[in-house]
Write a new protein. Sequence first.
Length: 52
Amino acid sequence: MSRLSTGDVIVQKPGNNVYTAIAGAGFVLVLIGLILFYLKADAVLGAGNLLK
């Protein structure tokens, strides 16, 4: 797809996929959040009562 008025299609490989980087960073942040949530729940409920 080209925005030029020449009619020629410009083929360009994507260099840096920003959306993949954002999705990866989001996944890591959610994973860290879930781990912190688990640790906080374990501290509040006491050891041994979680996931049993």
